[in-house]
Design a protein around this ligand. Structure first.
Ligand SMILES: [Zn+2]
Length: 80
């Protein structure tokens, strides 16, 4: 799976990709959204790049405390 690299006002950040289809990144960045107030641009992710977005990392860290047994996989699989 490819990470998503977004340049925002000259700052480059590597993110986990969105899994819901609503945004470009897991932390809800729009990426190439046509919003004149946003300066976001998705660029190709460099080979070997690592996620450095603090929001994406915080989401990943938070989810580590839950086990697979705490998720209703039957409902999830029937709705995706
Ligand atoms: Zn992120």
């Amino acid at each position: 799976m490819d990470f998503v690299t977004v340049v925002t006002s000259g700052e480059t950040m590597v993110h986990f990709p969105s899994r819901t289809g609503m945004y470009a990144t897991m932390c809800d960045m729009d990426g190439d959204d046509n919003d004149p107030s946003s300066q976001q641009k998705v660029v190709p992710t460099k080979l070997g790049a690592k996620v450095n977005c603090p929001h994406c990392i915080a989401i990943w860290e938070f989810c580590q405390q839950f086990s697979r047994n705490e998720i209703s996989w039957r409902e999830y699989n029937s709705r995706k």
